[in-house]
Design a binder for this molecule. Sequence first.
Ligand SMILES: Cc1ncc(C[n+]2csc(CCOP(=O)(O)OP(=O)(O)O)c2C)c(N)n1
Ligand code: SF4
Length: 302
Amino acid sequence: MAEVEGGCELFSAGHRACGGCGPALAARLLLKATGKNVIIAAATGCMEVFSTPYPETAWGVPWIHSLFENPAAVASGIEASLKRQGRTEKVVCIGGDGSTLDIGVLCISGAFERGHDITYICYDNEAYMNTGIQRSGATPYGASTTTSPAGSCSLGNPRPKKDMPAILAAHGAPYVATASIAYPNDFVQKVERAINTPGPCYIQVHTPCCTGWGFESGETLNMAKLAIETGLWVNYEMVDGRVEKAKKVSRKPVEEYLQKQKRFRHLFKPARRDDVIAQIQGIADANAERFGIDIKRKESSE
Ligand SMILES: Cc1ncc(C[n+]2csc(CCOP(=O)(O)OP(=O)(O)O)c2C)c(N)n1
Ligand code: SF4
């Protein structure tokens, strides 16, 4: 692990993220994994805004921002140029879930189909946070956002999360993984593996947003951990399209996660919506089945 360079974090403190921001921690961990020999292509979004208010920057490595939908195209050009010059820098894209799962899909698909040697990191805070908490393709079923507001005619977001890892695995990506800031060493190791795997690689890291989800800023890591413990987020690796490793858990009921966040408050007040909570439990159960994450209790010998 590159850890720190000359006693300094490569992603420095003093940026303008909310206290307890999950994506800010992901950026710090990302640069611990890459070290200095990297060029970052960044999308528009919270991370770009809080980390690079001109003329300041928190990034202690070369960093370029263009348009919301563009980082994969920009990274493709950088990678092709570096290859031609015989240079060794790694090329890493970083974008939020709105940029990655919705608006940037065309450029990402093109970069992966062409086989560029890049690593794409999506920090998944499950909505378009920078512009005021609009739903994205990664917003979970039942969450209230400003464009899927819960009310008398709506139970919140009506669609499940889009399966972006599977979409990019289907492009022939040699390495695709999910990670969580609740398990920092695992995330760092996955970034190291991705940047050292030739070809286009993808990591989607779960990064709770205290402001958009509605929980206390000191609870960010607990929220990330609960997502995994309930099975609503699964940490796994896919090599050449096959799931190789998924983190096993003794699952908790999804309620323990939902009731701690304002975006799901309407499922508990003014009246409990057991039907919707059961549907969300069904999503966690399906995840557990698909990835085989349940730690089985020992059968009684009697
Ligand atoms: C093509 C385009 N559409 C919309 C915007 C406005 N915009 C800027 S940031 C942003 C939200 C970004 O959401 P996400 O990618 O999820 O990152 P987050 O803010 O959550 O970190 C939007 C919609 C834009 N800059 N460009
Ligand atoms: S709104 Fe969310 S993602 Fe944006 S800086 Fe605040 S905590 Fe971070």
